[in-house]
Ligand binder design. Structure first.
Ligand code: NIG
Ligand code: FE
Length: 419
């Protein structure tokens, strides 16, 4: 039989390799316990890590391998962005003046703007245009170190338009280096045409959109915006349970603006993750802990909405695993910079650099069901790596406002930046 030779990549002269370890989210003190190797190398075959060590790798193995010289820099696993609304039409710069004059986010939405304005533009856009625009965002994310991302629908709010968004995610997952994990978020808002009969929309989501998205294999997760004036905890429960019956695991936008029971519901339903948690009550923390839910915190959204920052230290102290993600979307967070989120996690969440690394790699991977394959640099996982223009994790968290990703590797190949 014709044995195909495996493609080999060796990342050499790593000044500092910093990575969490394992295939599950880390909580409590363990979130800050990472592996640090000085003068290290990483070896990969066909895009998968086969060895991690210090000094020089075996000369025999190196024959025919592509060598990537990290020249003494910091290397970490590729970043995982566990929460994005990647695919949308238009932007919302037209809301800037309203926001500056203090009009609240939910008031803009209640008047038919906000998410609903993006729904109009997303419905009007074709798949090609949506893919082109989201692809540009993905280029930017990859260049800043993101190698895997979650992508939600939720700007279609009709059967056809939700499936259109998810089809764009599927297409980009095939064509772009960044791996994508699709989430159905048909319950992002009640569309204008159902305003007089919201129950009919909830039924549409449960009876048609969820079965179709799950049946066509276009989504892995189901997410609901559980918020004052959007979806109540009772509606969210019904929708998430319908998702679970169709094989979609649960996520929930909870306590972003008001604590109306979203995090408690996440615990009750055993959601994989609960997102935002800005206004979370103590009962929310205990529910997440009891339900084994990952807290997915979105600090750039707090920044952009001028809201408080979620209680990351309280969650860590309670033993809830914390992931940090971008929430990239046109309304509450028009930025896909996970590096900015890492800075905010330092200064606003008061998380330690090691805890933050785990939050944007292993815990983020676990929050989107990918902890078996990404989120840490160890044998058996993808050789997704970032070579940083930095010599320590402290330096990475200390600098802000410029891109410190020097080169990004996906499956053992340099796909962004250069060395
Ligand atoms: O996570 N809160 C709901 N969804 C997004 C915002 C979407 C939008 O404003 O377009 C969020 O903040
Ligand atoms: Fe979001």
């Amino acid at each position: 039989m014709n044995q195909m030779k495996k493609s080999r990549t060796a990342v050499l002269n790593i000044g500092l390799l910093a990575t969490p370890e394992g295939r599950q989210a880390k909580a409590g003190a363990e979130q800050g316990l990472i592996r640090i190797l000085k003068d290290a190398y990483v070896l990969a075959e066909d895009g998968v890590v086969v060895a991690v060590g210090t000094g020089q790798p075996d000369a025999q193995w190196m024959k025919g391998a592509d060598a990537v010289d990290a020249a003494g820099r910091l290397v970490t696993p590729g970043l995982v962005d566990a929460h994005t609304h990647l695919v949308f039409g238009g932007w919302r710069a037209h809301e800037l003046q309203q926001k500056l004059s203090g009009v609240p986010y939910l008031e803009i939405l209640a008047k038919g703007g906000g998410i609903l304005s993006t729904v109009r533009e997303t419905r009007a856009a074709g798949e090609d245009a949506l893919a082109e625009k989201a692809g540009l965002a993905l280029d930017g994310m990859l260049g800043q170190g993101t190698t895997t991302a979650e992508a939600k629908s939720g700007y279609g709010l009709s059967l056809g338009d939700e499936l259109k968004q998810l089809s764009v995610v599927k297409r980009l997952n095939r064509s772009h280096a960044v791996d994508l994990v699709p989430t159905l978020m048909a319950a992002h808002a009640v569309p204008e045409e159902y305003r007089a009969d919201r129950r009919a929309y909830v039924d549409l989501v449960i009876k048609q959109i969820i079965p179709a998205a799950a049946g066509e294999g276009l989504a892995e997760f189901c997410d609901v915006f559980c918020e004052t004036g959007v979806f109540s905890p009772e509606e969210a429960r019904e929708i998430l349970l319908a998702g679970q019956r169709a094989g979609l695991q649960s996520k929930i936008h909870a306590d972003e603006i008001d604590a109306i029971g979203g995090s408690e519901l996440a615990g009750e339903l055993g959601a994989v993750s609960a997102e935002h948690l800005i206004a979370m009550r103590d009962s929310g923390i205990s529910a997440l802990k009891a339900g084994g839910v990952i807290a997915c915190l979105l600090p750039a959204t707090s920044f952009y909405l001028g809201k408080p920052y979620a209680r990351a230290r309280g969650l860590i102290a309670a033993g809830v695993p914390v992931a940090v993600a971008s929430d990239f979307n046109p309304g509450s967070c028009p930025s896909h910079s996970l590096q900015l989120c890492m800075n905010l996690a330092s200064w606003q969440y008061r998380m330690q650099p090691e805890e933050i690394l785990t939050a944007v790699t292993l815990n983020a991977a676990a929050a989107i069901g990918r902890a078996e394959t990404v989120g840490s640099t160890e044998p058996g996982k993808l050789a997704d790596l970032v070579v940083w223009e930095a010599d320590s994790l402290d330096y990475l968290m200390y600098r802000f406002g410029s891109n410190l990703a020097r080169a990004v590797l996906k499956r053992g190949k340099v796909v962004a930046g250069r060395l």
